[in-house]
Design a protein around this ligand. Structure first.
Ligand SMILES: Cc1cc2nc3c(=O)[nH]c(=O)nc-3n(C[C@H](O)[C@H](O)[C@H](O)COP(=O)(O)OP(=O)(O)OC[C@H]3O[C@@H](n4cnc5c(N)ncnc54)[C@H](O)[C@@H]3O)c2cc1C
Length: 395
Protein backbone atom coordinates (compact mmCIF):
# COMPACT_ATOMS: atom_id res chain seq x y z
CA UNK A 1 0.00 0.00 0.00
CA UNK A 2 1.43 3.39 -0.93
CA UNK A 3 2.04 6.01 1.72
CA UNK A 4 -1.04 7.96 0.76
CA UNK A 5 -3.42 5.09 0.24
CA UNK A 6 -6.09 4.70 2.87
CA UNK A 7 -8.37 1.75 3.51
CA UNK A 8 -12.12 2.15 2.96
CA UNK A 9 -12.64 2.28 6.71
CA UNK A 10 -10.02 5.02 7.12
CA UNK A 11 -11.65 7.05 4.35
CA UNK A 12 -15.05 6.64 5.99
CA UNK A 13 -13.82 7.83 9.38
CA UNK A 14 -12.11 10.79 7.77
CA UNK A 15 -15.25 11.71 5.83
CA UNK A 16 -17.38 11.35 8.97
CA UNK A 17 -15.08 13.59 11.02
CA UNK A 18 -14.83 16.12 8.17
CA UNK A 19 -18.60 16.33 7.76
CA UNK A 20 -19.18 16.71 11.49
CA UNK A 21 -16.39 19.28 11.68
CA UNK A 22 -17.80 21.35 8.83
CA UNK A 23 -21.42 21.18 9.98
CA UNK A 24 -21.34 21.10 13.77
CA UNK A 25 -17.99 22.61 14.79
CA UNK A 26 -16.54 25.12 12.31
CA UNK A 27 -19.61 27.43 12.24
CA UNK A 28 -19.33 27.87 16.04
CA UNK A 29 -15.55 27.94 16.47
CA UNK A 30 -15.15 31.73 16.34
CA UNK A 31 -17.89 32.19 18.96
CA UNK A 32 -16.42 29.58 21.31
CA UNK A 33 -13.03 31.25 20.92
CA UNK A 34 -14.45 34.69 21.75
CA UNK A 35 -16.53 33.41 24.68
CA UNK A 36 -13.86 30.96 25.90
CA UNK A 37 -16.58 28.32 25.90
CA UNK A 38 -15.89 24.61 26.37
CA UNK A 39 -18.48 22.98 24.07
CA UNK A 40 -19.49 19.96 26.18
CA UNK A 41 -22.35 19.04 23.88
CA UNK A 42 -19.94 18.45 20.99
CA UNK A 43 -18.22 15.64 22.88
CA UNK A 44 -21.56 13.95 23.54
CA UNK A 45 -22.32 14.10 19.81
CA UNK A 46 -18.82 12.88 18.93
CA UNK A 47 -19.41 9.99 21.35
CA UNK A 48 -22.54 9.03 19.44
CA UNK A 49 -20.49 8.98 16.23
CA UNK A 50 -17.87 6.73 17.83
CA UNK A 51 -15.20 9.44 17.70
CA UNK A 52 -14.54 9.68 21.45
CA UNK A 53 -13.11 6.17 21.43
CA UNK A 54 -12.32 5.61 17.77
CA UNK A 55 -9.33 3.30 18.29
CA UNK A 56 -10.69 1.62 21.43
CA UNK A 57 -11.86 -1.98 20.88
CA UNK A 58 -15.61 -2.48 20.56
CA UNK A 59 -15.67 -4.78 23.62
CA UNK A 60 -14.74 -1.70 25.69
CA UNK A 61 -17.32 0.57 24.08
CA UNK A 62 -15.10 2.03 21.33
CA UNK A 63 -15.42 2.02 17.56
CA UNK A 64 -12.57 -0.48 17.10
CA UNK A 65 -10.74 1.40 14.35
CA UNK A 66 -6.98 1.45 13.87
CA UNK A 67 -4.71 4.22 15.16
CA UNK A 68 -4.38 5.96 11.78
CA UNK A 69 -8.17 6.32 11.58
CA UNK A 70 -8.08 8.07 14.95
CA UNK A 71 -5.29 10.34 13.68
CA UNK A 72 -7.32 11.20 10.57
CA UNK A 73 -10.26 12.14 12.81
CA UNK A 74 -8.03 14.41 14.94
CA UNK A 75 -6.80 16.20 11.81
CA UNK A 76 -10.34 16.83 10.61
CA UNK A 77 -11.67 17.95 14.02
CA UNK A 78 -8.69 20.29 14.43
CA UNK A 79 -9.26 21.68 10.96
CA UNK A 80 -12.67 22.76 12.27
CA UNK A 81 -11.45 23.79 15.73
CA UNK A 82 -8.07 23.17 17.35
CA UNK A 83 -9.57 23.24 20.85
CA UNK A 84 -11.97 20.39 20.08
CA UNK A 85 -9.05 18.57 18.45
CA UNK A 86 -6.86 18.67 21.55
CA UNK A 87 -9.71 17.71 23.88
CA UNK A 88 -10.40 14.56 21.84
CA UNK A 89 -6.67 13.84 21.41
CA UNK A 90 -5.90 13.98 25.14
CA UNK A 91 -9.09 12.06 26.00
CA UNK A 92 -8.17 9.27 23.58
CA UNK A 93 -4.43 8.92 23.43
CA UNK A 94 -3.46 10.20 26.88
CA UNK A 95 -6.29 8.64 28.90
CA UNK A 96 -8.11 5.82 27.10
CA UNK A 97 -5.03 4.22 25.53
CA UNK A 98 -2.91 4.06 28.72
CA UNK A 99 -6.00 2.81 30.58
CA UNK A 100 -6.44 0.11 27.92
CA UNK A 101 -2.74 -0.81 28.05
CA UNK A 102 -2.28 -0.83 31.82
CA UNK A 103 -5.72 -1.15 33.41
CA UNK A 104 -6.81 -4.33 35.19
CA UNK A 105 -10.04 -6.04 34.01
CA UNK A 106 -12.11 -4.30 36.68
CA UNK A 107 -10.74 -0.83 35.78
CA UNK A 108 -11.36 -1.48 32.09
CA UNK A 109 -14.93 -2.60 32.70
CA UNK A 110 -15.75 0.31 35.02
CA UNK A 111 -13.91 3.23 33.45
CA UNK A 112 -13.33 2.68 29.75
CA UNK A 113 -16.85 2.32 28.26
CA UNK A 114 -18.20 5.69 29.53
CA UNK A 115 -15.08 7.40 28.18
CA UNK A 116 -15.18 5.60 24.83
CA UNK A 117 -18.87 6.43 24.37
CA UNK A 118 -18.39 10.10 25.21
CA UNK A 119 -20.54 9.99 28.36
CA UNK A 120 -17.45 10.97 30.38
CA UNK A 121 -14.24 12.89 29.69
CA UNK A 122 -10.66 12.10 30.61
CA UNK A 123 -7.60 14.13 31.63
CA UNK A 124 -3.88 13.40 31.98
CA UNK A 125 -2.15 15.16 34.87
CA UNK A 126 1.63 14.92 34.68
CA UNK A 127 2.93 18.53 34.54
CA UNK A 128 3.41 20.49 37.77
CA UNK A 129 4.32 24.13 38.44
CA UNK A 130 7.97 23.09 38.93
CA UNK A 131 8.07 20.07 36.61
CA UNK A 132 7.25 20.37 32.90
CA UNK A 133 9.88 19.14 30.44
CA UNK A 134 11.65 17.61 33.43
CA UNK A 135 8.55 15.65 34.41
CA UNK A 136 10.53 13.25 36.59
CA UNK A 137 11.04 16.14 39.03
CA UNK A 138 7.35 16.01 39.99
CA UNK A 139 6.48 16.33 43.69
CA UNK A 140 2.86 15.23 44.01
CA UNK A 141 2.76 12.51 46.69
CA UNK A 142 0.75 9.33 47.08
CA UNK A 143 0.48 7.69 50.50
CA UNK A 144 -1.06 4.23 50.95
CA UNK A 145 -4.62 4.14 52.28
CA UNK A 146 -6.35 0.77 52.40
CA UNK A 147 -6.45 -0.73 48.90
CA UNK A 148 -5.62 2.64 47.29
CA UNK A 149 -3.71 5.83 48.02
CA UNK A 150 -4.32 9.43 49.08
CA UNK A 151 -2.82 11.98 46.68
CA UNK A 152 -1.58 15.45 47.62
CA UNK A 153 -0.05 17.99 45.26
CA UNK A 154 -0.62 20.45 42.42
CA UNK A 155 -0.92 19.70 38.70
CA UNK A 156 -0.51 22.43 36.10
CA UNK A 157 -1.94 22.90 32.60
CA UNK A 158 -4.30 19.92 32.72
CA UNK A 159 -6.29 19.76 29.48
CA UNK A 160 -10.00 19.23 30.29
CA UNK A 161 -8.94 19.48 33.94
CA UNK A 162 -12.11 21.35 34.94
CA UNK A 163 -14.47 18.87 33.30
CA UNK A 164 -12.86 15.41 33.33
CA UNK A 165 -14.49 12.53 35.19
CA UNK A 166 -11.47 10.21 35.10
CA UNK A 167 -7.98 11.61 35.58
CA UNK A 168 -4.65 9.84 35.28
CA UNK A 169 -2.45 11.46 37.91
CA UNK A 170 1.27 10.81 38.30
CA UNK A 171 2.58 10.89 41.85
CA UNK A 172 5.58 9.90 43.90
CA UNK A 173 5.00 6.88 46.16
CA UNK A 174 5.67 7.69 49.76
CA UNK A 175 5.63 4.08 50.98
CA UNK A 176 9.19 3.40 49.83
CA UNK A 177 8.03 0.79 47.29
CA UNK A 178 10.45 -0.75 44.78
CA UNK A 179 11.80 1.79 42.29
CA UNK A 180 11.30 0.75 38.68
CA UNK A 181 12.55 4.10 37.44
CA UNK A 182 16.27 4.77 37.07
CA UNK A 183 17.81 7.50 39.22
CA UNK A 184 17.08 11.08 38.09
CA UNK A 185 19.37 13.16 35.87
CA UNK A 186 21.19 14.35 38.97
CA UNK A 187 21.83 10.73 39.96
CA UNK A 188 19.61 11.13 43.05
CA UNK A 189 17.29 8.27 43.90
CA UNK A 190 13.90 9.68 44.65
CA UNK A 191 10.77 7.82 45.67
CA UNK A 192 9.37 5.98 42.64
CA UNK A 193 6.57 7.46 40.56
CA UNK A 194 3.33 5.58 39.83
CA UNK A 195 0.26 6.37 37.75
CA UNK A 196 -3.05 6.69 39.59
CA UNK A 197 -6.66 6.94 38.55
CA UNK A 198 -8.71 9.63 40.23
CA UNK A 199 -12.46 10.03 39.80
CA UNK A 200 -14.39 13.27 39.94
CA UNK A 201 -15.99 14.23 42.21
CA UNK A 202 -13.46 13.27 44.84
CA UNK A 203 -12.48 14.53 48.25
CA UNK A 204 -9.81 17.26 48.05
CA UNK A 205 -9.82 17.61 44.23
CA UNK A 206 -10.18 21.29 43.37
CA UNK A 207 -9.83 23.47 40.28
CA UNK A 208 -7.39 26.14 41.48
CA UNK A 209 -7.47 28.11 38.24
CA UNK A 210 -8.67 27.95 34.65
CA UNK A 211 -5.79 29.28 32.53
CA UNK A 212 -6.31 32.24 30.22
CA UNK A 213 -4.50 31.32 27.05
CA UNK A 214 -3.29 32.84 23.78
CA UNK A 215 -5.55 30.47 21.86
CA UNK A 216 -7.31 27.10 21.96
CA UNK A 217 -9.99 28.90 23.93
CA UNK A 218 -12.60 26.20 23.39
CA UNK A 219 -10.40 23.79 25.35
CA UNK A 220 -10.07 23.81 29.12
CA UNK A 221 -6.60 24.06 30.70
CA UNK A 222 -6.66 23.99 34.48
CA UNK A 223 -4.46 24.00 37.52
CA UNK A 224 -5.69 21.31 39.89
CA UNK A 225 -4.93 20.75 43.53
CA UNK A 226 -5.23 17.43 45.31
CA UNK A 227 -5.43 17.13 49.07
CA UNK A 228 -5.68 13.61 50.44
CA UNK A 229 -7.60 12.74 47.28
CA UNK A 230 -8.36 9.02 46.88
CA UNK A 231 -6.71 7.28 43.94
CA UNK A 232 -6.22 3.75 42.67
CA UNK A 233 -3.05 2.58 40.98
CA UNK A 234 -2.91 2.15 37.21
CA UNK A 235 -0.28 -0.39 36.13
CA UNK A 236 2.69 -1.65 38.11
CA UNK A 237 3.98 0.16 41.20
CA UNK A 238 6.80 2.52 40.27
CA UNK A 239 6.06 2.30 36.52
CA UNK A 240 4.68 5.84 36.33
CA UNK A 241 7.36 7.44 34.18
CA UNK A 242 7.39 4.47 31.80
CA UNK A 243 3.60 4.81 31.41
CA UNK A 244 3.83 8.60 30.99
CA UNK A 245 6.59 8.51 28.39
CA UNK A 246 4.98 5.66 26.46
CA UNK A 247 1.72 7.61 26.46
CA UNK A 248 3.42 10.75 25.15
CA UNK A 249 5.17 8.76 22.40
CA UNK A 250 1.76 8.01 20.90
CA UNK A 251 0.14 11.27 22.01
CA UNK A 252 2.62 13.32 19.98
CA UNK A 253 1.33 11.72 16.80
CA UNK A 254 -2.11 13.07 17.64
CA UNK A 255 -0.66 16.54 18.28
CA UNK A 256 1.14 16.36 14.92
CA UNK A 257 -2.25 15.60 13.34
CA UNK A 258 -3.77 18.54 15.22
CA UNK A 259 -1.05 20.81 13.78
CA UNK A 260 -1.67 19.47 10.26
CA UNK A 261 -5.41 20.12 10.66
CA UNK A 262 -4.91 23.72 11.81
CA UNK A 263 -2.41 24.37 8.99
CA UNK A 264 -4.81 22.86 6.44
CA UNK A 265 -7.59 25.16 7.67
CA UNK A 266 -5.24 28.12 7.17
CA UNK A 267 -4.42 26.94 3.65
CA UNK A 268 -8.15 26.58 2.89
CA UNK A 269 -8.92 30.16 3.93
CA UNK A 270 -5.82 31.60 2.23
CA UNK A 271 -6.58 29.82 -1.06
CA UNK A 272 -10.21 30.95 -1.09
CA UNK A 273 -9.13 34.52 -0.34
CA UNK A 274 -6.46 34.51 -3.07
CA UNK A 275 -9.15 33.60 -5.60
CA UNK A 276 -11.54 36.35 -4.54
CA UNK A 277 -9.50 39.33 -3.41
CA UNK A 278 -8.68 41.74 -6.21
CA UNK A 279 -5.69 44.07 -6.39
CA UNK A 280 -4.10 45.78 -9.39
CA UNK A 281 -6.87 44.67 -11.71
CA UNK A 282 -7.32 41.02 -10.80
CA UNK A 283 -7.31 38.35 -8.07
CA UNK A 284 -4.20 38.33 -5.86
CA UNK A 285 -3.89 34.59 -6.64
CA UNK A 286 -2.38 35.49 -10.00
CA UNK A 287 0.55 37.26 -8.30
CA UNK A 288 3.74 35.23 -8.22
CA UNK A 289 4.56 35.92 -4.57
CA UNK A 290 1.11 34.80 -3.42
CA UNK A 291 1.29 31.66 -5.58
CA UNK A 292 4.75 30.93 -4.19
CA UNK A 293 3.46 31.07 -0.61
CA UNK A 294 0.45 28.86 -1.35
CA UNK A 295 2.55 26.27 -3.20
CA UNK A 296 5.15 26.09 -0.40
CA UNK A 297 2.41 25.94 2.21
CA UNK A 298 0.58 23.07 0.56
CA UNK A 299 3.82 21.13 -0.01
CA UNK A 300 4.95 21.44 3.61
CA UNK A 301 1.53 20.48 4.93
CA UNK A 302 1.63 17.35 2.75
CA UNK A 303 5.10 16.54 4.09
CA UNK A 304 3.90 17.01 7.69
CA UNK A 305 0.89 14.79 6.99
CA UNK A 306 3.12 12.08 5.50
CA UNK A 307 5.39 12.09 8.58
CA UNK A 308 2.32 11.91 10.82
CA UNK A 309 0.81 8.97 8.92
CA UNK A 310 4.15 7.17 8.93
CA UNK A 311 4.41 7.45 12.73
CA UNK A 312 0.76 6.38 13.13
CA UNK A 313 1.29 3.30 10.96
CA UNK A 314 4.39 2.29 12.94
CA UNK A 315 2.46 2.60 16.20
CA UNK A 316 -0.41 0.61 14.77
CA UNK A 317 2.03 -2.14 13.72
CA UNK A 318 3.45 -2.27 17.26
CA UNK A 319 6.83 -1.08 16.00
CA UNK A 320 9.08 1.56 17.63
CA UNK A 321 7.74 5.03 16.90
CA UNK A 322 9.35 7.32 19.49
CA UNK A 323 11.65 9.07 17.01
CA UNK A 324 9.12 9.10 14.18
CA UNK A 325 6.45 10.58 16.45
CA UNK A 326 8.90 13.24 17.65
CA UNK A 327 9.84 14.06 14.03
CA UNK A 328 6.20 14.32 13.00
CA UNK A 329 5.38 16.65 15.90
CA UNK A 330 8.53 18.75 15.51
CA UNK A 331 7.92 19.29 11.80
CA UNK A 332 4.12 19.56 11.78
CA UNK A 333 4.06 22.08 14.63
CA UNK A 334 6.64 24.27 12.89
CA UNK A 335 4.69 24.07 9.64
CA UNK A 336 1.50 25.04 11.47
CA UNK A 337 3.04 27.95 13.36
CA UNK A 338 4.86 29.32 10.31
CA UNK A 339 2.14 28.92 7.71
CA UNK A 340 -0.74 30.14 9.84
CA UNK A 341 1.29 33.37 10.10
CA UNK A 342 1.75 33.46 6.33
CA UNK A 343 -1.98 32.85 5.85
CA UNK A 344 -2.59 36.09 7.77
CA UNK A 345 -0.11 37.74 5.39
CA UNK A 346 -2.06 36.55 2.35
CA UNK A 347 -5.24 38.02 3.82
CA UNK A 348 -3.47 41.32 4.51
CA UNK A 349 -5.21 43.63 7.00
CA UNK A 350 -8.33 41.44 7.05
CA UNK A 351 -6.14 38.54 8.17
CA UNK A 352 -5.30 40.49 11.31
CA UNK A 353 -8.96 40.94 12.22
CA UNK A 354 -11.50 38.59 13.72
CA UNK A 355 -13.60 38.85 10.58
CA UNK A 356 -11.55 35.92 9.24
CA UNK A 357 -10.34 32.83 11.11
CA UNK A 358 -6.67 33.13 10.09
CA UNK A 359 -5.68 34.95 13.29
CA UNK A 360 -7.34 32.22 15.40
CA UNK A 361 -5.47 29.50 13.54
CA UNK A 362 -2.23 31.39 14.23
CA UNK A 363 -3.00 31.63 17.96
CA UNK A 364 -4.14 28.01 18.13
CA UNK A 365 -1.13 26.64 16.24
CA UNK A 366 1.54 28.01 18.56
CA UNK A 367 0.88 25.60 21.42
CA UNK A 368 1.58 22.56 19.24
CA UNK A 369 5.25 23.55 19.61
CA UNK A 370 4.87 23.42 23.40
CA UNK A 371 2.63 20.67 24.77
CA UNK A 372 3.31 16.92 24.87
CA UNK A 373 6.97 17.95 24.77
CA UNK A 374 8.34 21.22 23.45
CA UNK A 375 10.16 21.35 20.10
CA UNK A 376 13.44 21.49 22.01
CA UNK A 377 12.55 18.22 23.72
CA UNK A 378 11.56 16.61 20.39
CA UNK A 379 14.99 17.57 19.00
CA UNK A 380 16.62 16.02 22.09
CA UNK A 381 14.70 12.76 21.55
CA UNK A 382 15.66 12.66 17.86
CA UNK A 383 19.31 13.64 18.39
CA UNK A 384 19.84 11.19 21.24
CA UNK A 385 18.54 8.33 19.12
CA UNK A 386 20.66 9.50 16.20
CA UNK A 387 23.76 9.66 18.35
CA UNK A 388 23.04 6.35 20.04
CA UNK A 389 22.10 7.71 23.44
CA UNK A 390 18.92 6.42 25.08
CA UNK A 391 16.18 9.06 25.19
CA UNK A 392 15.99 10.26 28.77
CA UNK A 393 12.80 10.90 30.70
CA UNK A 394 11.48 14.05 29.14
CA UNK A 395 7.92 14.99 28.41
C1 LIG B 1 -2.56 24.53 26.54
C2 LIG B 1 -1.71 23.53 27.26
C3 LIG B 1 -2.23 22.27 27.53
C4 LIG B 1 -1.47 21.32 28.23
N1 LIG B 1 -2.03 20.11 28.56
C5 LIG B 1 -1.36 19.28 29.40
C6 LIG B 1 -1.99 18.10 29.91
O1 LIG B 1 -3.12 17.77 29.56
N2 LIG B 1 -1.32 17.35 30.81
C7 LIG B 1 -0.05 17.67 31.23
O2 LIG B 1 0.50 16.93 32.06
N3 LIG B 1 0.58 18.77 30.75
C8 LIG B 1 -0.04 19.58 29.85
N4 LIG B 1 0.57 20.71 29.39
C9 LIG B 1 1.92 21.02 29.83
C10 LIG B 1 2.97 20.91 28.75
O3 LIG B 1 3.18 19.58 28.37
C11 LIG B 1 4.22 21.61 29.26
O4 LIG B 1 3.92 23.00 29.28
C12 LIG B 1 5.44 21.31 28.45
O5 LIG B 1 5.84 19.98 28.60
C13 LIG B 1 6.60 22.25 28.81
O6 LIG B 1 6.80 22.29 30.17
P1 LIG B 1 6.91 23.72 30.91
O7 LIG B 1 5.76 24.52 30.47
O8 LIG B 1 7.11 23.49 32.35
O9 LIG B 1 8.22 24.36 30.30
P2 LIG B 1 9.72 24.13 30.79
O10 LIG B 1 9.98 22.69 30.91
O11 LIG B 1 9.96 24.99 31.98
O12 LIG B 1 10.52 24.72 29.55
C14 LIG B 1 10.80 26.09 29.38
C15 LIG B 1 11.72 26.23 28.16
O13 LIG B 1 12.94 25.51 28.41
C16 LIG B 1 13.16 24.56 27.37
N5 LIG B 1 13.80 23.36 27.92
C17 LIG B 1 13.45 22.67 29.03
N6 LIG B 1 14.25 21.60 29.18
C18 LIG B 1 15.11 21.61 28.12
C19 LIG B 1 16.18 20.77 27.72
N7 LIG B 1 16.52 19.69 28.42
N8 LIG B 1 16.85 21.10 26.58
C20 LIG B 1 16.49 22.21 25.86
N9 LIG B 1 15.49 23.03 26.20
C21 LIG B 1 14.80 22.74 27.32
C22 LIG B 1 11.77 24.24 26.84
O14 LIG B 1 11.84 23.70 25.53
C23 LIG B 1 11.12 25.61 26.89
O15 LIG B 1 11.47 26.34 25.77
C24 LIG B 1 -0.15 21.65 28.64
C25 LIG B 1 0.37 22.91 28.33
C26 LIG B 1 -0.39 23.85 27.66
C27 LIG B 1 0.21 25.20 27.38
Amino acid sequence: MSLHELTDEQREIRALARRFGEEAIAPHAAGWDREHRFPKEVFVALGELGLMGACIPEEHGGAGTDFLSYVLAIEELSRADGGVGVTVAVHTSAVELPLLAHGDPDQLARLLPPLAQGHELGAFALTEPEAGSDAAALRTRAVPDGAGVRITGTKQFVTTGSHAHTLIVFARDEDGGAAVEPAGADGARRAPISAYLVRRPSHGLRVAREEEKLGLNSSSTAELTFEDTPGERLGAPGAGMRIALGTLDGGRIGIAAQAVGIAQAALDVATAYARERNAFGGPIGRLGQVQHKLAEMQTEIEAARALTWRAARLKQAGRPHTVEGAQAKLFASRVARHWTGEAIQILGGYGYTREFPAERYYRDAKVTEIYEGTSEIQRLVIARALLGEAARSVS
